[in-house]
Design a protein around this ligand. Sequence first.
Ligand SMILES: Nc1nc2c(ncn2[C@@H]2O[C@H](COP(=O)(O)OP(=O)(O)OP(=O)(O)O)[C@@H](O)[C@H]2O)c(=O)[nH]1
Ligand SMILES: [Mg+2]
Length: 326
Amino acid sequence: MSKICFGCGVKLQSDDKEKLGYIPPKKLDDAKYCMRCFRMINYGENKEVSTPKDVKEIINKINKDVRFVIFLVDYLNINDEIIKIFSSIKKRKVLVVNKCELLPKNIKKSRIEEYLRGYYKITDPIILKGGKRNHGAKSVYNYLKDNDIKETYILGLSNSGKSTLINDLMDVLKSNMTKITVNSKANTTLDFIRVNLSEDLMLIDSPGFILNKSLNHDAALKSITAYSMQMKECETVSLLDDKCYLKFDAKTPIIFYTNVNSKKTIKKYYKAAPGLTSTIKIDKENVDIVLYGIGFVTIKKPVNITTNIDLKNIEIRPSMFGGKYE
Ligand SMILES: Nc1nc2c(ncn2[C@@H]2O[C@H](COP(=O)(O)OP(=O)(O)OP(=O)(O)O)[C@@H](O)[C@H]2O)c(=O)[nH]1
Ligand SMILES: [Mg+2]
């Protein structure tokens, strides 16, 4: 039987250095990790790999299985596309909003649940996870225990923290099992990994989903900043070192919630910016422009915005944190 890498789930092999799962022949018998995982864990390296499995392949497998599903999403990545994937899972499931400890101080966690129920119409159970100790993994453990769930898949967007959750649960149970590889770049876990955490609990880690829409696939959520700005008529804001421009035709306050945590990447321009070929019409107060993979911008007043962003990578919705959303 072929061995699999404990870190990423890929089959271990000693035949081809260039292929995934490589481990030198001498080490094959005792190895727990492939070379790629070894390098990620010890040197922080992460070689880009293409998407390991596509969304349909994963969902088809899950829908044929009887097991429970824990679906992870961090709040910056709550959007139409990920909610559609969640809704396509026909199993008993729970939506875990991860990394809630990173919420700006003035925002209550409960607001996210209200919004998920009110705007995205989620009726499944929701756990708002976050905390200093093991990133709040105990809340997930308690949920599984209280609901007598003994076997579950862990699914979600790449970088949402699925493997970290399993490692944290090992710590909650004081288990000294080999840890799964975690990394701030996308596509760390490459195949399903079964972890028998205890006699009563089996978890299955999975390769993360990569969305079709995205301006940035690799931005792991390590911190979140809310930048407030006052925009005036004809002013342009440049986000992410001139990757995205938004030019306003009227006065409005804006708040940019992002995981890109350097203020230097955000600038105001008074001169013309290149490529402003698309228009976003905001006709209500408190609207979010979701920039897939980057975060979202809350626009407080009705305004027209011209932009260089491809409109297929954005979503317009009532503001998650400001004003009414129904
Ligand atoms: N602040 C915070 N960061 C987290 C949390 N969970 C994971 N992370 C970070 O998020 C990044 C991605 O974590 P992973 O556990 O590798 O994510 P994954 O969902 O397994 O990703 P793939 O294997 O690529 O699908 C890492 O930099 C983690 O340190 C959390 O609860 N809070
Ligand atoms: Mg993973």
